[in-house]
Design a protein around this ligand. Sequence first.
Ligand code: SF4
Length: 285
Amino acid sequence: MLLDGGEPLLRKDLTEIIRYAVRVGVTPHLSTNGLLLDCKTVKKLRKAGLQSIQVSLDGAFSETHNFIRGYSESYDSAIAAIQNARQGGLSVTVNTVLMKHNIKEIPGIINLLIKMKVDFYRVASIVPVNETLKKLCVSTQEFKDLLSFLVKSKRQIRDNLQIILPSNKLVYILDEKADSNIMLSTSLTSNIGCEAGTFLCNITPDGWVTPCVYFSEEQFRAGNIRREKLASIWSKSPIFRAFRNLKLARKCMGCSYLMKCKGGCRALAFYFFGSLKEQDPRCWI
Ligand code: SF4
């Protein structure tokens, strides 16, 4: 269970939530911008049962990260948070949201994280839920070049850092031996489409259950846990059923990579092309 934001460290009852999750057998993870993650907080979170944390870092240099985050102390806080989490015994993942402003800095971020002995590095594609974000997306060619670089780095890095790729599906087009050689991010479903609504779901702060964090509009609300049990929403909702029985558009259905790629990210397809059935816009086929 990922406790995400907004910023989860603003919640006064956060340790209570973590303790409860552990008590009922759910492993909690936390994603933070790092601004509030001092040593004392790390200790409190550890004591409550948290074992791993994700910190956002959107640039190798303070100028880039602070510009993207819109706050002048963001970078120093994120770096301090990574150090505090490591020293406090948490497993640390650093996440970069990929965009035009930071694509050239990914190699620099990797070098920095190797020096800081971070455990995992994840590059996530920006999902353009509005027109402004669409302008920040990298091109298909830029994405392909970056994916090649990450696959190569993943094989070459001898230190502890593990790279989690920005697409666990499109990597198959790049490298058909990906199964055995590359640690993929979760790809545990046999359905066409991605993990949204098939392997994972999202619960909004006001209780709405949606197929993933990017599908939060009313049309994707499958039910509310304040009125109905999560298990019942998960198994009975027509919205989840639709995500599990997707028929993709002709380009994907006729593609020889379909059974491995499965069409890629549904949120990217939806926000780029306006349809859940279209291909992942990062696809270069
Ligand atoms: S066309 Fe569709 S199935 Fe084929 S590689 Fe691209 S996104 Fe995947």
